[in-house]
Ligand binder design. Structure first.
Ligand code: GLP
Length: 244
């Protein structure tokens, strides 16, 4: 696991966008695993700017998102499909047919989750998987639990995640209690992983991800076993990590 220190959110966002841009430049038909949340918004802004400057071409890129709230349609303004359209897909020359987000309204969800994993595998797995990290060490919506769950599945969100994500909803009662998420096996199958984190609320989770025991109570800690994982984090998020 390599740690790259960023000065602040903007610096983290530029560094992360540069890594993703390098991936798209080196392999124009790459498969990107993408993330939502506040953390990647600046990264996506930088990618849009690079596209507008003529430096990036998304026409052959395929994307698979990590997760989606159960019960939210893609046009709901808090759905992750909506987030991806507004923050990235609507602003670059990606073919929307090549963008994939788990369907929050899937009916036979076990079959649909298995089909999502099969599609990621058939695409050749993610060349690069972008991840944020939850305050409690979750990745995607893989919440702390007793075991690492391999495939895409339905999860009950923890109270701490519902609380953290309620800032984006009108009221905490509007936050869905369940979500679909890529599993740990689907994430770990990516050829490279890029984790981004900023702010002191993430400091404990970033420490435990990078230096704690590899345990499902901190799902991100499994990334210590990934052969090609880079963490780009700002000073506040790295505050509890050893200096070098
Ligand atoms: C959400 C998402 C995660 C994200 C995390 C952190 O629960 N499912 O993919 O990494 O929250 O979000 P933020 O970047 O807003 O702190």
């Amino acid at each position: 696991m390599r740690i790259v220190r960023a000065k602040n959110y903007d610096d983290m966002s530029r560094k992360a966008a540069n890594i993703i841009a390098a991936q798209v430049t080196l392999k124009p038909d790459c498969v990107l695993g993408l993330a939502t949340g506040s953390t990647p918004i600046g990264t996506y802004k930088n990618l849009v700017a690079a596209y507008e400057a003529g430096d990036l071409d998304f026409s052959q890129v395929k994307t698979y998102n990590l997760d989606e709230y159960r019960g939210l349609p893609g046009d709901h303004d808090q759905s992750y499909r909506y987030f991806m359209n507004v923050n990235l897909f609507d602003h670059v020359n990606i073919d929307k047919a090549n963008t994939h987000v788990p369907d929050g309204l899937m009916e036979d969800y076990e079959a649909a989750c298995a089909a999502y994993d099969a599609a990621v595998a058939a695409a050749g797995h993610q060349d690069l998987q972008l991840l944020g990290i939850g305050n409690n060490g979750h990745i995607g919506f893989n919440e702390p639990c007793d075991s690492f769950i391999k495939g895409t599945h339905c999860v009950d969100l923890t109270e701490s995640t519902i609380q953290a994500n309620s800032r984006l909803f009108d009221s905490i009662d509007d936050v869905p209690r369940q979500a679909y998420t890529m599993g740990i096996g689907t994430i770990m199958a990516a050829k490279s992983v890029l984790v981004i984190a900023n702010g002191d609320a993430k400091a404990q989770a970033v420490h435990d991800m990078c230096f704690g025991p590899i345990v499902p109570s901190c799902p991100a800690s499994i990334l210590q076993l990934h052969p090609n994982c880079v963490v780009v984090a700002d000073e506040a998020a790295l505050a509890l990590c050893p200096a070098e």
